[in-house]
Design a binder for this molecule. Structure first.
Ligand code: UDP
Length: 330
């Protein structure tokens, strides 16, 4: 039986990965400090005989060591994520994202496990290229701005991972996720889709930050999770990084209009200045579009879930969903 360890397994993406691994027949250990993840995310996995939960931090070497004992593969998702969270708790985010990753890398090496490091499209920073491929340049603002220090920390994680592959022989692969969305993602840390869907379901105004012309490409977690497993198992992937993202670019203003339409909501859409949303001096990315060619060529990655279905999935799982709003959704 393959033993998989998922750090951050009680989080949004981690909990979907755990379900996928259990269904594939793995023994799964989740290591999570429940700082942003919740045990509730694991309610469908908790009763499974091959499932074990360890509450602890990736900063605690001993706990990391015991949870990874005998592991065949390690999926490292534990991280401070969400623009709102990292802006509000910049220092803790840096420590978790750098020291925590170093601890997990060292422990995976000792366990002789394969490892997947989940990184982020934030590493590209303000690069607004037509399509970002994995070798695209990183363009950052001041390191005193929390968003850029977060991006820098994740980039350091990748450099560390690469060093562990090249100089220590750790079989590690990295992925950069682009705006992954789906059920269980919370709007609490700023993520736009669950936030706007919740507002639309409650009849509140949808808060579009800035002019709403900034664009993103959204992917369903159900398209991303199987790709994580296929990539970690591919020997040609070691020491490489792969973009995984949606292929349809949409502005946040259009996203808000789409959510209102798909959910049959009568909410209004309002614009909120960035300074009010995140504090003065905040810089957003105007655009972020992935080039998925590398993952497509290696494992045939092709995101299949369209945006309307993503919106419906998020709405169906939203705490704001009621029988009336369900009927309104088309
Ligand atoms: N955003 C918004 N309203 C919200 C939350 C976010 O307009 O209530 C915007 C945010 O400023 C950004 C985009 O939506 O331009 C995506 O934000 P998210 O935090 O989901 O992801 P990221 O910025 O990391 O791509």
């Amino acid at each position: 039986m393959t033993k998989s360890v998922v750090t951050g397994g009680a989080g949004f993406i981690g909990s979907h990965l755990v379900e996928h691994l259990l269904a594939a027949g793995d023994e799964v250990v989740v290591l999570d400090d429940l700082s942003t993840g919740t045990f509730d995310n694991l309610r469908d996995s908790a009763g499974h005989p091959a499932f074990r939960f360890v509450q602890g931090s990736v900063l605690d070497q001993e706990t990391v060591g015991t949870s990874m004992d005998g592991a065949d593969r390690v999926f490292h998702l534990a991280a401070a994520v969400g623009v709102k969270l990292i802006v509000d708790h910049a220092l803790d985010s840096l420590c978790t994202n750098i020291r925590g990753t170093e601890t997990v890398l060292e422990t995976a090496l000792r366990a002789r496990a394969k490892m997947l490091l989940v990184s982020t499209s934030e590493v590209y920073g303000k690069n607004t290229a037509d399509k970002l491929d994995e070798d695209s340049d990183r363009i950052y603002g001041s390191p005193l701005k929390a968003r850029w220090s977060y991006a820098a920390a994740k980039a350091i994680d990748e450099s560390l991972a690469y060093g562990y592959w090249r100089e220590r022989g750790l079989r590690i692969t990295m992925v950069r996720l682009f705006n992954t969305v789906g059920p269980r993602q919370t709007g609490r840390y700023g993520m736009v889709v669950p936030t706007l869907v919740g507002q639309a379901l409650r009849g509140d105004d949808l808060t579009v930050y800035g002019d709403g012309e900034q664009t993103r490409c959204f992917t369903s977690v159900t398209d991303v999770v199987p790709a994580l497993v296929r990539i970690v198992e591919h020997p040609a992937a070691y020491g490489k990084v792969f973009n995984l993202g949606g292929e349809t670019e949409i502005s946040i203003g259009d996203l808000a209009r789409r959510i209102v339409r798909v959910l049959g909501s009568d909410s209004a859409i309002v614009h909120v200045p960035y300074g009010q949303a995140y504090g003065e001096g905040f810089e957003d990315m105007r655009r972020r579009v992935p080039d998925n060619s590398r993952a497509r060529e290696l494992i045939g990655f092709r995101p299949r879930t369209g945006l309307d279905d993503i919106i419906r999935q998020v709405a169906a799982a939203s705490p704001a969903m009621t029988p009336e709003t369900l009927r309104a959704a088309r």
